[in-house]
Design a protein around this ligand. Structure first.
Ligand code: KG4
Ligand code: ZN
Length: 332
């Protein structure tokens, strides 16, 4: 089975080919236009997808050494994501599938983040707990068998990546702030300031909006001149302290979910899974609890089409092709 995967849910236009021999190509065109606005502008994202989707897909086929004749099915992100952005990828994928008489399948972007763990290395074993942490979603899921997910906990407000980005903006960092804060925090002191860890002692849900407000008030309380000097000096310390608060909550909830379910396999996925502190803490946790852990390589943590292609590939085992009339969904 050879699948062409297409991703356009947010600000990455991506295409990849996955076959029985593994990943054959993985092309990502990141949109830089949003940086100047401090966040993704939906209309600009749709236009940028339109401009690059043809060349991205062409390049993915070329790098795989294939033409559409070699492709046996098209998998495309169906949602969640920005409606206009999704429509570009889905319309393009449908056109391609119809023109070349190939079957098509819509893929849930959040599932795909999790199944990115099947791109490389030994396949994870079921049942497993998945911690999915991205710019749009923060969830803990229990997965008993392929594509049978039970949500055990999720965020009640901001996603973990959204918290990094919004707090980074307050601190004057460029968008997306997550990777910048990761870099800065390596030179900072995580105990510099003790920011709140919401819902730490109860259940498996998350809340990050209070942390954001707490950072805002912490900085607002300083006179403007002092704040400027303070930020210049302490951005690494603030980054490290915020990262410590976010990752503490993620790891404590993850360990609670593991204890409740008794699983032996843990998967972490999504853009925030690229965070070095989170990766370290989850590795320590799984070592201590003697659990098998899989986290994708960094390139497969943030949005990409390899994860869409591999999810399509795994789904074909259940023959879940869609009718070509399927619609995008913006939210879950
Ligand atoms: O999975 P993703 O690429 O897109 C969504 O589906 O949302 O995740 C993007 C999010 C952004 O919020 C970004 O700041 C965050 O992942 N991110 C990170 C790191 N790399 C990306 N957050 C913390 N540390 C990182 N190294
Ligand atoms: Zn994503």
């Amino acid at each position: 089975m050879t699948i062409l995967g297409i991703e356009s849910s947010c600000d990455e236009t991506a295409a990849a080919v996955y076959s029985d021999r593994g990943l054959q190509s993985n092309v990502i065109a990141s949109q830089t236009i949003h940086e100047q606005y401090g966040g993704v502008v939906p209309e600009l994202a749709s236009r940028a997808h339109q401009k690059t989707i043809w060349s991205t897909v062409t390049q993915a086929l070329a790098e795989a050494g294939m033409t559409m004749d070699d492709i046996e099915g098209v998998a495309v992100t169906r949602g969640p994501g920005l409606m206009g952005a999704l429509l570009v990828g889905i319309s393009f994928a449908k056109g391609l599938a119809i023109a070349h008489d190939k079957p098509i399948m819509g893929i849930n972007h959040i599932d795909a983040h999790l199944y990115a763990n099947f791109i490389e290395g030994p396949d994870p074993v079921y049942p497993f707990i998945g911690l999915i942490v991205s710019g749009g979603h923060t969830q803990i899921v229990y997965v008993e068998e392929p594509f049978s997910h039970k949500i055990l906990g999720q965020t009640r407000d901001d996603a973990a990546g959204e918290a990094f980005d919004k707090i980074g903006k307050i601190m004057g960092l460029p968008y997306p702030a997550g990777p910048v804060m990761d870099r800065l925090s390596r030179e900072g002191d995580p105990s510099f300031h003790n920011f709140p860890r919401a819902l730490l002692h109860e259940g498996l849900d998350f809340s990050f909006s209070g942390l954001k407000t707490s950072v805002l008030y912490y900085l607002q309380d300083m006179p403007e001149e002092k704040r400027k000097v303070f930020l210049e000096e302490h951005q690494p310390d603030l980054s490290a302290s915020v990262t410590e608060a976010i990752t503490d909550v993620l790891v404590i909830k993850l360990s609670r979910a593991i204890r409740q379910t008794g699983v032996k396999q843990v998967l972490v996925a999504g853009g925030v899974a690229a965070n070095s502190v989170l990766r370290g803490k989850v590795e320590t946790l799984c070592d201590e609890m003697e659990l098998a852990l899989k986290i994708p390589r960094l390139v497969y943590c943030t949005d990409n089409a390899a994860m869409i292609a591999v999810t399509g590939y795994l789904k074909t085992r259940k023959h879940q092709w869609d009718s070509v009339g399927f619609k995008p969904f913006a939210s879950l």
